[in-house]
Design a protein around this ligand. Structure first.
Ligand code: 4NP
Length: 165
């Protein structure tokens, strides 16, 4: 069974699709695409069906990270489907904690708990009403958190490496 990871923000158009894209790129580059499933959701429904924000697409493209996602809202089924449900900020985290059934297999936590460098704030701030700088800052934080998350999964699970030709 693959390990499954869901990234969650508010609208699922700025931060969490970018988190999923960055982490999936690391996973694919390591040949672990069949061992780790990656997805993303919003806690709110405002943008369901929309593509990622053009500013998230821009910073991903600039860094060679493929991003292709249509916004979805999280529901209670996710708590039975995913091993990790990783929130971008404390507001997202408390929404998820309120939604989580008493017995959930999912570990619900801040993505920033996986940071490897303390220079990065654990909170991935909402960039929606700001400018491109906020998206760049989010990208740099999430690149570091993705490294830490992958190291954590490697340490705690035996992941099959599929050789890429
Ligand atoms: P996200 O950013 O949660 O990172 O996708 C936002 C997107 C949309 C809104 C807020 C934050 N909004 O208010 O519509």
């Amino acid at each position: 069974m693959p390990i499954s990871v869901a990234f969650v923000c508010l609208g699922n158009i700025c931060r969490s699709p970018m988190a999923a894209a960055i982490f999936a790129k690391y996973v694919d580059d390591e040949g672990l695409g069949e061992s780790i499933l990656v997805d993303s959701f919003g806690t709110a429904a405002y943008h369901v069906g929309e593509k990622a924000d053009c500013r998230s697409i821009k910073v991903c493209r600039k860094n060679g990270v493929p991003i292709n996602h249509k916004a979805k809202q999280i529901d209670s089924k996710a708590f039975a489907q995913f091993d990790y449900i990783l929130a971008m900020d404390k507001h997202n985290l408390s929404t998820l904690e309120l939604m989580a059934p008493a017995a959930t297999k999912a570990r619900v936590m801040l993505f920033g708990e996986f940071r490897t460098l303390s220079e990065y704030d654990r909170i991935v701030e909402d960039p929606y009403y700001g400018d491109d700088d906020g998206f760049e800052k989010n990208f740099n934080q999430m690149r570091d958190f993705s490294k830490g998350l992958l190291a954590h999964l490697r340490k705690n699970y035996s992941l099959d490496r599929k050789l890429i030709r």
